[in-house]
Design a protein around this ligand. Sequence first.
Ligand code: 5MM
Length: 338
Amino acid sequence: MAADELISIAQAMVSKGRGILAADESTPTIKKRFDSIKVQSTEENRRSYRSLLFDTPRFEKHVSGVILFDETLRQKSKDGTPFPDLLTSKGVVPGIKVDKGAKPLPGFPDEKITEGLDELRDRLKEYYELGARFTTWRAVITIGHTIPTGFCIDANAHALARYAALSQEAGLVPIVEPEVLMDGGHTIERCEKVTEITLNHVFFQLMAHRVLLEGMVLKPNMIIAGKDCEEQAGVQQVAEATVRCLRRTVPASVPGIVFLSGGQSAQLATQHLNAMNALGDHPWELSFSYGRALQEEALRAWGGKSSNLGAAQKAFYHRAECVGAARYGRYTEAMEVA
Ligand code: 5MM
């Protein structure tokens, strides 16, 4: 695959004012989301819900790409259009989650390693044929008293780099997602230190595996205190710490950084991104790849009822518009009530 094709896909994914919708919940995760609104997780309900999102009028104004799960990549809209074709026709790049989930790392209690490298080359070939143009692989780093260990960080960084190199070989832009979890009572300072070490290891491995940095996108966590920490930092502190950490670790050749929301509320995830972009010029685009923060309001408005489709699309569009404004540092609280 020519490098210029990878570079132009990566640039489209982080184009100005837009970001990525993470709709790649695996079957157990989407079940949890549906349980929260008391909707059964059947294949048809999952298809209808994703169809609602992808059919939202003008959502492509704020969304540059959508991450799909294997099942969704093979599903169709009501008129029979395969979802990847529908998204492509709207100028939205379809992507696919290719990892097989984070599993216990043997010998390292409470730590995880993401699996899925076996047969990946064959799966990538099929995903490209089905219309995907980018991939994601999520690694999970947990903070505790004696963790993360250097071994766990290294093992995950190595797997991320193997995956990224294989994706580029198949003509697919890899989103490299090392997530330092918000779970726990750790301080914002600890999150910053662990994220800095993690990103350093990840970029060391990416370079060692000869991954084209201009043809990839990074999806990290923001620098934020653990959920159970009593001292939660303000929006400005989170923005400054996150940008500082990224400046120390992410080469300027990477075209864009798309944050995960990681359990933050929709509004807070919007405020944090806005504050980072308001800080001024950065070497990379600072964008979003939110799952829960983009979907939670729409999911609640939908509640599994087709009669609520319009309300759900309105809620989804509104959040996409707010986060789209945050891409320029132009989001205001007034947009929440507008
Ligand atoms: C961290 O999760 C990713 C971003 O979503 P949030 O913005 O809600 O944090 C998300 O893309 C995640 O990778 C998918 O939902 C798949 O997760 P599972 O746990 O099903 O592999």
